[in-house]
Design a binder for this molecule. Structure first.
Ligand SMILES: *Cc1c(COP(=O)(O)O)cnc(C)c1O
Length: 375
């Protein structure tokens, strides 16, 4: 029995052709021509003026937060239910993440909790669109305006998604993407910052590249890392981007199919198909165990693995991260919805290369495992 991996990307477009061009021309470094082309295409896809490609989505967040001038003692409001990269971008600078709980139905941050968390130290709100539906942006943008806060939009999982018909990646001061293989557009590893602010863009380019001074190379007024993105990555990215609409459509079809076939399974909560501001694009197809189910996600995942089905847990909450607790952060924080999602949520195979046959096996496996658990 073949193991069905939780994700497999689709690389059967122009990826090979463009990669061969890199080899044939000798352009494999970050100086190659595909990098600028990919930055231009990606930023214009989401309606932004500038794109700065970096080595991964985590680097994109770090550079974006630093470019905004966040520093020691500043507070940045963000969801607790997200990847560590979001918090790390802030704590690396000595700033403090201030967390909000999740909305239990969309799995996104509960924007109704933001205002109560704003203090005189708050400098920015980092919103993170999770699993396929965007955050309710209107409320966030309103608060940012009212309290004069910056907005960082982590759109890593939202390639091709829109909020009220406006592209994700176009909201706030600065937005970031990841091109990890489980994102709709992949370059293996990779990320991008997009913005309409020329000064911010310039600052990001500097921070991406060791802060080399423009006038004299190898002279540095400040320090940053090397987060450059290669022509090889851009070659794959360009080929992927050509198929974005097709990929989004395919993900939506897959999501609808899973929902149709799993709707009646007892003990499972499925992703919401649509809100009035967006249709789900199913970054991955997540499942959450019902309140009445006594076991945690890991038990179900183990049973599915025995059937040759790969799964992955949802994110682990920022306030429960041992590394932050050890440092004395978030000691009294409780966010019950996020804690619930982290313990009861997981996702099933939903990569773009997944076949109908594999999906049928996943559906059968999930139904079988859940019937064992519920009975
Ligand atoms: C994948 C992801 C990232 C990090 O991207 P990497 O390229 O893996 O560093 C950041 N934020 C969110 C929401 C993600 O899903």
């Amino acid at each position: 029995m073949d193991f069905i991996p939780v994700n497999e990307p689709l690389l059967n477009g122009n990826e090979k052709k463009y990669l061969c061009e890199c080899i044939d021309t000798g352009w494999i470094s970050s100086e190659g021509p595909f990098v600028k082309e990919f930055e231009r295409k990606m930023s214009s896809t989401v309606g932004r003026k500038y794109g700065i490609a970096v080595s991964n989505g985590t680097a994109a967040l770090e550079v974006a937060v630093q470019a905004l001038g966040i520093q020691t003692g500043d507070e940045v409001i963000m969801p607790t239910f997200t990847i560590i990269s979001c918090a790390m971008a802030v704590t690396k600078l000595g700033a403090v993440p201030v967390l909000v709980d999740s909305d239990i139905s969309t799995w996104n941050m509960n924007v109704g909790e933001i205002e109560a968390k704003i203090t005189s130290k708050t400098k920015a709100i980092m919103i993170v669109h999770l699993y396929g539906l965007p955050v309710e942006m209107d409320k966030v943008l309103e608060l940012a305006e009212q309290y004069n806060l910056k907005v960082i939009e982590d759109a890593a999982e939202m390639h091709g998604q829109t909020y009220k018909a406006k592209p994700c990646g176009s909201f706030g001061n600065i937005s970031t993407f990841s091109f990890y293989p489980n994102k709709h557009v992949t370059t293996g590893e990779g990320g991008m910052i997009v913005t309409d602010d020329e000064k911010l863009a310039e600052r990001c380019r500097l921070l991406r590249n060791l802060c080399f001074r423009h006038d004299i190379r190898y002279v540095h007024d400040e320090i940053s890392d090397n987060y450059r993105f290669t022509n090889l990555q851009a070659a794959v990215g360009l080929a992927q981007l050509e198929r974005l609409d097709e990929f989004v459509e395919r993900k939506r079809e897959m999501g609808k199919y899973y929902t149709e076939k799993l709707r009646d399974v007892e003990g499972l909560v499925l992703p919401i198909e649509r809100k009035d501001y967006a249709d789900n694009i199913y970054w991955v197809y997540g499942l959450v165990l019902d309140k009445d189910i006594q076991v945690d996600n890991r038990i179900i995942q183990k049973l599915l693995a025995e059937k040759g089905i790969g799964t992955r847990t949802f994110f682990w909450c920022i306030h429960e991260q041992p590394v932050y607790r050890k440092a004395g952060l978030f000691l009294n924080d409780v966010y019950s919805n996020a804690e619930y999602l982290a313990r009861k949520g997981f996702y099933i195979p939903s990569g773009l290369a997944l076949t109908k046959k594999q999906m049928a096996r996943v559906i059968e496996g999930v139904r079988d495992v859940m019937s064992q658990i519920v009975s």
